[in-house]
Design a protein around this ligand. Structure first.
Ligand SMILES: CC(C)(COP(=O)(O)OP(=O)(O)OC[C@H]1O[C@@H](n2cnc3c(N)ncnc32)[C@H](O)[C@@H]1OP(=O)(O)O)[C@@H](O)C(=O)NCCC(=O)NCCS
Length: 164
């Protein structure tokens, strides 16, 4: 399996993959594919990585700039999608590890996300009550720091997350 940056020819597949992955996901807004498109259109897809095997795209992850308590240099993870019939084979983990390594390389301060702690703790994400998002319960708001900077305050995602 190869992890690489998206190419223009991948856009329709990423859209279909994102729709399929989230079709039955609990807590989904069903707007995740539109969010990826809006981030791309706004030039806010800091990283858009695909996992490819034998020429077939199996998974995708997006990372985009966020502020935390007004502080820039942080990135938001998501949406992340794997085709339903390919889930549970390590594809999501490979994509996320690859993306986090790349964010470290570009000297991001760290990464935040809204998601299930049972999945994201394996990457070092922790819930921190000092980091908040839209009044969500603390355990779903997670952060990973890459250096000395510690995030504090409300996460503000790119406006593309309002797409539908
Ligand atoms: C979440 C997702 C990207 C994970 O990718 P994946 O390739 O299936 O996951 P991996 O094979 O890398 O990891 C499998 C492990 O993650 C766990 N896992 C997968 N999805 C999970 C979830 N939503 N919550 C908790 N654990 C999850 C599996 O139980 C498995 O655990 P184990 O290693 O202890 O056995 C994929 O399942 C997906 O596309 N889901 C639908 C869309 C979605 O919910 N995206 C994330 C929104 S926050």
């Amino acid at each position: 399996m190869n992890i690489r940056s998206e190419q223009p020819a991948d856009v329709a597949t990423i859209r279909a993959l994102t729709r399929a992955a989230f079709a039955n996901a609990p807590h989904s807004s069903q707007t995740e594919a539109a969010i990826v498109d809006a981030l791309r259109d706004a030039g806010a897809l800091t990283l858009s990585l695909v996992a490819e095997d034998a020429g077939k795209i199996l998974g995708h992850v997006a990372f985009s700039p966020v502020t935390v308590g007004g502080d820039a240099g942080w990135y938001g993870l998501g949406p992340v999608s794997v085709w339903p019939d390919s889930q549970g084979r390590g594809i999501g983990q490979s994509l996320i590890h690859h993306g986090l390594d790349e964010l470290r390389r570009i000297e991001g301060k760290g990464c935040v996300l809204i998601g299930d702690p049972a999945y994201y703790c394996r990457f070092g994400f922790v819930a921190d009550p000092a980091v908040t998002y839209a009044g969500l319960p603390t355990q779903y708001v997670q952060r990973l720091t890459f250096g000395d900077a510690v995030p504090s305050g409300e996460i503000v995602y790119h406006a593309g997350f309002g797409a539908s």
